[in-house]
Structure formats: C-alpha cells, structure tokens
Ligand binder design. Structure first.
Ligand SMILES: Cc1cc2nc3c(=O)[nH]c(=O)nc-3n(C[C@H](O)[C@H](O)[C@H](O)COP(=O)(O)OP(=O)(O)OC[C@H]3O[C@@H](n4cnc5c(N)ncnc54)[C@H](O)[C@@H]3O)c2cc1C
Length: 450
C-alpha cells in the first residue's frame, strides 16, 4: 500500500509526444499536472524514432544526391562516413539520450515531473514509486509502444537490433538483413545501403510498404533494386540462427547470412500491467478505443499509438490538443481522422493521406481512381514517381491520395488540405499550379477524375 497521497488536477501517464504536449499545455493553463515517465520525456520519437532516423536519412539523401552529380554536371569523389551521423544523433538529436532539456521544459511550464513506472491503482489514482497521485480531473494515458518481434524460431535468442539499438550504432556492419519492409524497415534499409552496407529486406507480405498503394510499392521496389538492396517479398521465415558467421535467416528454400540483423516488424502497445482493470477497462486490451474527445473511461483519456488511429507523432500531438480542449471545457473541434497525412522518408518519399483505394472499397465507397507521373519536374530531375488519387464518386471529393517522389511528403500537404476541407475536385482541378513544380503533377490526375 502506498504511504503517500498527493492531490493534483491531472496525471499524464507516459510522456510520448502527445503526453508531453498535453502536460505542457495544461500546466501552462494553470492546472496542477503530474507528468510521469519511466524512461525519457518525449518518448520514442526524439530518442529512438523519428528524429534520429530522419537525421540518418538527411545524411543518406545528401550522399545519394552527391553521387548523382555525374548525371547532371560534374564529378564528385563521395566517401560516406558514419562518424558524423552517429555524432549528430548523440550530440544534437538526443543529448546522449539525456532528457534534461525536456524535463526542464515541463518544470518551467509548472508541471511536476516524476520518473518511474506508473500504475493506475483506482479511478483517478496513479501510483508511482510508492506515492499515489490523486487526480481530481483524471488521467491521460500515453504509454506508447515498444519494439516487438514476430514469433520466429530462434530469433529471441539472438542479439538482433531493434530501433532502440540501431540509433546508437557507431560502426557500420558490412551486411545487414532487415526483417520487416514497412515504413521503418524501408527507411533504415535504404540509409544503410546508401552508406555501403549490403542490405537484404525480408518481408512476409507480398510487397514492401504494404500499407500504402501498390503503385508506391512498385516504385520503391525498383528504387531499392537500382540501389542494390535485395527485396525478398512474400517470404516465409523458418528460423533465425546466430553464430560466428553472423545472422542466418532461413527462408523457404534460401538462407540469408549477414553481419547484423534489424527487426522492424511491429510494435507492441504498452498497455499490459498498467492497471486498466482498475478503471473498468480490459487489462488484456491491445488497443484503447477512444471516443471523439479521446475519452476511454470515466476520467481517463488516451492519446498516441495506443489508440490505434495511426502510429505517428503528429497524431499523438493532435489527440493531445483534443484532450486539452475537453479538459478545459471547450466545444471542440473533436478528433477526426479522415485526413491523416503520413510520409515514408525513403528516396523517393512516399506521402499519403486518407484512404487507399483498397481501404475505400472495403468501406463500400463507390470510388473513382486516377494516377499520373511526376510530369515536367520529374523529367527535369530524372526522377520516377507516381501520383494516385482516390475520390468518392458520389460526393465529387478526394478521400485518399498517395504521391511518390522526392518531395512526396510535402506535395501530400495540398491533398491533405483538400480532403480535410472537402474541396470539390472540380474546384481543385482549376486552381493555379506553378510550373514546373512537383505539385503541378497533381493537376492532370485531378482532371482525369472529373
Ligand atoms: C524508427 C522509428 C521512426 C519513426 N519515424 C516517425 C516519423 O518519421 N514520423 C512520425 O510521425 N512517427 C514516426 N515514428 C512513430 C513515432 O515515434 C510514434 O508514433 C510517436 O512516438 C508517438 O508515440 P506515443 O505518443 O504513443 O508514445 P511513445 O513515443 O511510444 O512514448 C510512450 C512513453 O510512455 C512511457 N511509458 C510507458 N508505460 C509507462 C508506465 N507504465 N509508466 C511510466 N511511463 C511509461 C515510455 O517510457 C515512453 O516514454 C517512428 C517510430 C520509430 C520506431
């Protein structure tokens, strides 16, 4: 039993991007906020996810572009060096995996920070390190995810990397197998290949980035193959061994041997053992289904990956804004996921928003679809890419889009605006599109939809 009881307005349990954001905003509004994290304030994104991986990608893209100079005008002797990348991640991105700056930011906003593992012990009560925080308004859950590995025979006994280890790499291996060809696996595979590592991607689905449109997978697979990355899709992994030769991934009829192995094949929501049963929730839940105000039980809100609405930093923070409005008694706007934009930062980038064609058809929507290439700008830059738009035929509006190209993650912005604001396709198709931008490639595809 806890000896100490401390009253407050709100406990934020888990400080991923959404929890940290919520705690900062509500403390800034004068609420007595207790912010709890057992690891680092900010969660996966700044220390093990988005930020270090995008720092690697910035380096890889610069190396990649430098290598292309011969195609455009001149020559360069490009000798990639991982040293500056590792140093930047350690010093500029993560402060050597130290969150003091983030802790100070919380304290400056007026929050109380507690480092430790928190558990819900009763309605509106969270216990950490033997102290129970009694939250008058309630609890915000943002416990996020941990890397998880598929149940492959032998894998658990090997010293494989997950995202938590890969961001701390200081010396590159000669070869790397990546199990998992989703966005994270693809981004990291391409980074290492660009730095000269022999990379094989093993994906059990029939195509890499299978969550995106098939056209995106096709373009990316071709780009990977051109770069010397071996892509084994539809793979049946029988076993993983580790020995003096490194890692051996035994597939149906083939063995892939490499110095290192990265497993990027899924995440597990951190919901087990946090006391969900004490607020009437299923303790075995894999995901918490929130209402439009992010409420999951009386006096409990949930934000971030645990809500299953898109495992992205921007979704977590968006949901945090919704919680703040609800706690402060405002009238919305409440959560709406029609126009969740996302980007896979490969070369070329894959930017997407809303529903894929397949997802839209599964929803029973009468869809109309059109595709096109990158137009003049693609030709000028010698780039392959694709624009795919999915519309609701009856309403004459876009409901999904995917843009593959070096600026795919940026071009998708205008399409996210269109879906969010339900701008009629007929209106969009006749706006001005600057020549020769990448986003101009969207116009002929819009016209095809009319
Ligand atoms: C390699 C990689 C690259 C990524 N790149 C991108 C990207 O480019 N763009 C993007 O939008 N997203 C990206 N993501 C996803 C992004 O990192 C997550 O969606 C984001 O961190 C949001 O997670 P979250 O808010 O749910 O919580 P998390 O970031 O998972 O944080 C949860 C926090 O809760 C704490 N916690 C858990 N349980 C307890 C407990 N019981 N008590 C106390 N503390 C607890 C943990 O210590 C952790 O700090 C990437 C992820 C990875 C792994």
């Amino acid at each position: 039993m806890s000896q100490n009881r401390i009253e407050c307005d709100l406990v934020v349990l888990g400080l991923g991007p959404g929890g940290e954001h919520t705690a900062l905003l509500l403390a800034g509004k004068g609420l007595d906020v207790v912010a709890v994290d057992e690891r680092l304030v900010g969660g996966e994104c700044p220390y093990f996810g988005c930020v270090p991986s995008k720092m690697m990608i910035a380096a890889a893209q610069t190396v990649h572009q430098a290598r292309r100079v011969a195609d455009f005008g001149g020559s360069a002797d490009v000798r990639p060096d991982w040293g500056p990348v590792a140093a930047r991640i350690r010093d500029e991105a993560t402060d050597d995996w130290d969150d003091q700056v983030a802790v100070d930011r919380l304290l400056a906003a007026g929050a109380t920070f507690v480092r430790g593992r928190g558990t819900i012990t009763a309605p509106r009560e969270v216990t950490v390190n033997g102290t129970t925080y009694v939250a008058r308004r309630g609890i915000v859950l943002n416990t996020g995810t941990s890397p998880s590995a598929p149940p492959i025979q032998g894998l658990a006994a090997t010293p494989y990397w997950t995202n938590r280890e890969v961001v701390k790499v200081t010396e590159l291996p000669a070869s790397l197998t990546v199990i998992g060809g989703g966005p994270i696996g693809c981004e990291l595979a391409q980074v290492f290949a660009t730095f000269g590592v022999q990379v094989t991607v093993v994906e059990v689905a029939e195509r890499i980035i299978a969550v995106e449109e098939p056209e995106a997978s096709d373009v990316l697979t071709k780009a990977f193959e051109a770069q010397g990355i071996e892509v084994l899709s539809g793979a049946k992994i029988e076993r993983v061994d580790h020995g003096s030769a490194g890692f051996t991934v035994v597939l149906d009829g083939r063995e892939v041997v490499s110095e290192q192995l990265l497993v990027a094949a899924g995440r597990r929501n951190n919901l087990a053992g946090i006391g969900l049963e004490n607020v009437g929730l299923d303790p075995e839940a894999r995901v918490l289904e929130p209402d439009e105000r992010m409420r999951v039980a009386d006096g409990v809100w949930a934000v971030g990956d645990i809500t299953g609405k898109g495992a992205f930093t921007h979704v977590s923070m968006y949901q945090g804004d919704v919680v703040v409005r609800d706690v402060m008694g405002e009238n919305g706007p409440w959560a709406d996921y029609r126009a969740v934009a996302r980007a896979t930062f490969t070369s070329p980038e894959v930017g997407s928003v809303g529903l894929s064609e397949a997802a839209a058809r599964e929803h029973g929507i009468d869809v109309r679809v059109a595709t096109g290439d990158l137009g003049s700008r693609g030709w000028l830059a010698k780039e392959e890419g694709v624009v795919k738009l999915v519309s609701d035929r009856a309403r004459g509006v876009l409901i999904g889009a995917c843009v593959v190209g070096s600026t795919g993650g940026e071009v998708i912005g205008m399409l996210a605006t269109a879906i969010h604001a339900e701008v009629p396709i007929a209106t969009l198709a006749e706006m001005h599109f600057a020549y020769p931008t990448y986003y101009r490639a969207v116009q002929p595809v819009l016209r095809d939809l009319l």
